[in-house]
Design a binder for this molecule. Structure first.
Ligand SMILES: C=CC1=C(C)c2cc3[nH]c(cc4nc(cc5[nH]c(cc1n2)c(C)c5CCC(=O)O)C(CCC(=O)O)=C4C)c(C)c3C=C
Ligand SMILES: [Fe+2]
Length: 472
């Protein structure tokens, strides 16, 4: 089958986070997950995974393959820690497997909205200030979160007063645990949110209490971005590096999985089903809407997000074509925030253009996230739907998020099982750049010049208009 075969090949070949092509800036932000492009045969068949009498998992691991940077690869885009990696025992041993699901987190009540936004904007992977201005990150986050909170609160109020993300992610965690059990791979599944409860720190504490012996980290973002999976992985790396137990814990990180056959087919199933709701299904435009990122992430920092998104859409369309569905389709980016250029085309602008061009039926497909959230329930279902209908589109539909779709959860379970054997520990040694960070003199100099520059910049008309863009 066309799409399935494509996704398998990509699983081996397409490691877009090619360190050679990344600029130094990106290396500073997320150096430990950079690696090089190599093709490694899938080896999950060669792993022996079975249960012992004690009910724990027993693994017979094949020899790990390393590239010249010390990265280890296994199937389906799984990358383990790449810097100073210490190879774990590669002989049979009793294991207590943990799976850590990484997600964004969302405010549970309207009261949580401003502190949630503070956590988000305080993340140096969300607002990427030059090194000299890093000390302004938290005051800036405080200011922007207070200014944006009223608009965000309106959105969360419209979807019932809070984000559904925690509930859905907990359900996905439970479903994944059951799917792993059904495949005779018992594991504990932890939810680690980046900006709201349960925070990554809480999940890590529980993992230590449970004395997990092997961990698979699975971001609930199919495509990799510096701003999402990258940010969570950076936080994890810092925590793991500084902790005696965690730095020795074998860990495998599944960095992206947008090309997995099970995911692509599950998305195609949802689209195929939703198309049937239209009076003339073959006439509906399939409109993929992905969360945007600033253009600079892709062009300056080497974020593979855009490439992965385009590839993902093309794999879904290939799968639909294989099923005899060859509707027109398009991809646009939504949810831009702040004063900079984001990935184009913008969802709102394309909807208006399509309406003007005479498109009458449109099926919106949220593609960067696997749970319902504010941007599906409010932005797409309310704002974009209204805009589309005003622009001349008559028949509107929206594909639901995957949430706990069984075929999707089963595929995540397979991804975890394939990743387990490649888990490796990280070392505790600090890198040269981190040692420089600790240099008190360098810090004082940075503070001095940074403060002067910040003072000048803060009162420039450009900065004042930038703040307006965060609010509106
Ligand atoms: C792949 C998904 C996402 C990317 C990429 C992403 C980048 C990104 N987001 C912001 C700013 C905001 N995001 C907000 C909410 C939010 N973002 C994502 C996903 C991605 N973000 C989700 C799933 C959610 C919703 C969570 C929920 O509560 O349901 C918000 C808060 C909501 C709002 O005020 O609009 C902000 C702000 C930036 C700046 C960014 C890349 C740099
Ligand atoms: Fe976002």
């Amino acid at each position: 089958m066309e799409a399935a075969a494509g996704s398998r090949v990509l699983a081996q070949m397409n490691f877009n986070q090619n360190s050679a092509s990344l600029r130094p800036q990106a290396k500073l932000i997320s150096s430990f997950f950079l690696t090089s492009k190599v093709s490694v045969p899938l080896h999950s068949n060669s792993n022996e995974i079975k249960n012992t009498a004690a009910g724990r998992l027993s693994l017979r691991l094949p020899a790990q393959r390393k590239d010249f940077l010390g990265s280890t690869f296994c199937s389906a885009g799984v990358w383990t820690y790449s810097e100073d990696a210490i190879e774990s025992d590669s002989h049979t041993a009793d294991e207590k497997i943990g799976v850590m699901l990484l997600n964004l987190g969302g405010p549970e009540t309207l009261h949580d909205v401003q502190p949630f936004l503070f956590n988000l904007f305080a993340d140096p992977d969300i607002i990427r200030l030059p090194r000299l201005f890093r000390f302004l990150q938290r005051p800036l986050a405080q200011l922007i979160s207070v200014l944006r909170a009223p608009k965000s609160k309106e959105g969360y109020a419209a979807i019932g007063g809070g984000s559904p993300l925690r509930k859905i992610t907990d359900e996905q965690a439970h479903a994944l645990k059951l799917a792993l059990e059904a495949k005779e791979v018992p594991a504990k599944v932890y939810v680690a949110m980046r900006y709201w409860h349960p925070f990554t720190e809480e999940a890590v504490r529980q993992i230590k209490r449970d004395r997990i012996t092997r961990l698979v980290v699975l971001p609930l973002y199919p495509q990799y971005s510096i701003s999402t999976s990258g940010s969570s992985i950076r936080v994890l790396h810092n925590m793991f590096r500084d902790d005696a137990y965690l730095s020795r814990l074998p860990v495998a990180i599944i960095k992206s999985w947008y090309q997995r056959e099970g995911y692509i087919k599950s998305m195609a199933d949802l689209i195929e089903k939703e198309l049937q709701m239209f009076p003339n299904p073959q006439e509906a435009m399939i409109f993929f809407s992905a969360h945007g990122v600033p253009v600079s992430y892709v062009e300056d920092a080497g974020d593979p997000y855009k490439d992965q998104m385009e590839e993902c859409v093309s794999l879904i369309m290939q799968e639909l074509k294989y099923r005899g569905i060859s509707n027109n389709h398009t991809l646009a980016y939504q949810s831009r925030v702040g004063p900079v250029q984001w990935l184009k085309p913008y969802t709102d602008e394309v909807l208006v253009e399509l309406g003007q061009q005479g498109v009458k039926s449109l099926l919106a497909v949220p593609v960067s996230f696997v749970s319902e959230h504010i941007e599906t329930l409010e932005e797409i279902d309310m704002e974009y739907k209204e805009l589309a209908l005003q622009s001349g589109i008559i028949n509107w539909g929206r594909v639901p998020a995957l949430n706990c779709t069984p075929s999707f959860i089963t595929d995540l379970a397979d991804a975890v099982i394939e990743a387990v054997p490649s888990a490796m520990a990280i070392s505790t040694s600090n890198t040269a750049s981190e040692e420089a960070e600790n240099d008190l003199f360098a810090y004082a100099v940075k503070m001095f010049f940074g403060s002067i520059l910040a003072f000048i910049l803060l009162f420039s008309p450009k900065v004042i208009s930038a703040f307006r863009n965060y609010i509106l």
